[in-house]
Design a protein around this ligand. Structure first.
Ligand code: FE2
Ligand code: FE2
Length: 233
């Protein structure tokens, strides 16, 4: 092999590597964008439930409101990441949503079908909801630590910055629910809920993410998920 051929081969390997890395980043960012959007819109309903269920716990309610605002901030960071690239996210639906699967398994319905007034009326339902959020956020924290050791993520400075911010925010997302449950003297997560969390995580990482990565025909969003909100950040 001549030096010119060797150079051409390594150049082509480099281009393939760059394309695969780019694909991986947009798959990760698309899944996160969906989950952040799902997170803050679902938290609007949790906030409503918290205000009605524990009106005297101003600190807890403020923590839930702050959590909601953080998830919106995370969503906007991924949106900006795509805007810088000049592309829209890959179409991701609720099958890639950790909280969607979790609510379905624990409450037997979709998030949108969750009866907020029933959750407010029933103390054990509200506690279950708090445990689902706490476990989801703890899972999110652990996953971001994994991503911050991933060389594909670290090769993208903006993506690294986004996950560094998320990592810093995450403890304030699960600790308020954990402390609230401790104050009620309630379980920190039941065995079946921990198994559900673990199996959903495996499903997303080992099945859903690779399927989206290899699905070359996967479509892209036409509109941003928050297009109807009329908000700018
Ligand atoms: Fe988030
Ligand atoms: Fe979070």
């Amino acid at each position: 092999m001549t030096a010119i051929q060797a150079g051409a081969n390594s150049g082509s390997r480099g281009r393939i590597g760059a394309r695969l890395r780019d694909r991986y980043l947009e798959v990760v960012a698309s899944i996160y964008l969906y989950n952040e959007y799902r997170g803050y819109t679902a938290l609007d309903r949790v906030l409503e439930a918290a205000r009605a269920r524990c009106p005297d716990e101003a600190e807890f309610i403020a923590a839930v409101a702050s959590h909601r605002d953080d998830e919106r901030k995370h969503y906007v960071m991924f949106k900006r990441w795509f805007e810088r690239r000049g592309s829209m996210p890959l179409s991701v639906d609720r099958s890639c949503g950790h909280i969607d699967h979790f609510i379905q398994r624990v409450f037997g319905c979709k998030i949108d079908e969750l009866d907020t007034s029933a959750v407010i009326a029933d103390g054990s339902s509200f506690e279950r909801l708090c445990r689902v959020i706490m476990l989801t956020e703890q899972r999110g924290f652990a996953q971001v630590e994994v991503l911050l050791r991933n060389r594909l993520i670290l090769a993208d400075p903006v993506m690294t910055r986004i996950f560094t911010i998320i990592h810093a925010d995450e403890p304030s997302h699960f600790l308020p629910y954990q402390h609230w449950l401790e104050r009620q003297g309630k379980s920190q997560g039941r065995c079946n809920e921990k198994i559900a969390d673990w199996s959903i995580h495996k499903l997303l990482m080992l099945v859903k993410l690779p399927m989206l990565f290899f699905n070359r025909g996967a479509g892209r969003l036409v509109d941003w998920p928050d297009a109807g909100e009329g908000l700018t950040v």
